[in-house]
Design a protein around this ligand. Sequence first.
Ligand code: ZN
Length: 310
Amino acid sequence: MIKDIKGLHHVTSMASDARRNNAFFTDTLGLRRVKKTVNFDDPAVYHLYYGDENGTPGTVMTYFPFPDMAHGRPGVGEVSETQFAIPKGALAFWQDRLAAKGVNLLETDTAFGSNRLRFNGPDGEGIALIETADDFRAAWNGTGISDSVALRGFSGARFRLHDAAATAELLRFMGYERTETEGNVTRFVIPDGNGANTVDLEVLPQTPYARQGAGSVHHIAFAVENRAKQLEVRRALMDTGYQVTPVIDRDYFWAIYFRTPGGVLFEVATNEPGFDRDEDTAHLGEVLKLPARYEPFREQIEAGLPSLAA
Ligand code: ZN
């Protein structure tokens, strides 16, 4: 069994409008844009990262905004909900704030003993804010949202699956422990994680497979401390029969990817080197950063990207 996974690292989704996406995650939800770069496989498209002050693993929501991309069709075989922790008692603040900003499908409920506020992001993505006790992660307060209510990073994510058995087995192999089941949802928790500790598996045997598009989660990344641990995880997964990519340099972390039996694309990403490797912490995310191979084309890449300013 793998013992080096520390919870989620980041969640990467697709959007249809970079400016609207940026405004929602920074102005509305109060996250910090910690990196403005391009999709390393398609430099005509941004890769935007939103998180806490430093982009700490377990707090980082990232997007590829493909201009005018069609919306995805929700279904099974995907991450259906990205969950952020908020302090206890903060739910009413967010309900008022998001309603005032015209956010769609706001609803409150309780799951696994926690109050939740669920809603759709600008491309219909499922997001939940979950009241969480004893989450001591520092919030980013650069957007003026009070520390008493601000997002602390992910608490976890929910998957929708036809059948949970194979994914449950994989999560246990990755070090997760099965805790409770409520209805058709079973919770898995990583012990000693970074705060983004839970994965919920929702079983929907009759629901069609999702079609990916804007608003869909592209992949979900799990955190390991460093490259040595990542290689051990890669070897363990391959010994178990998973087809895992070679290690890929993503400039701010090292990544390996593999497709899981339920259909969700998993990544295992390193906590090193982090988002301050090429710019000062005080100015993260302000200017366009490019991987070295695209630097000679900066002028034309910048000219083709939309402005993020409101
Ligand atoms: Zn990723």
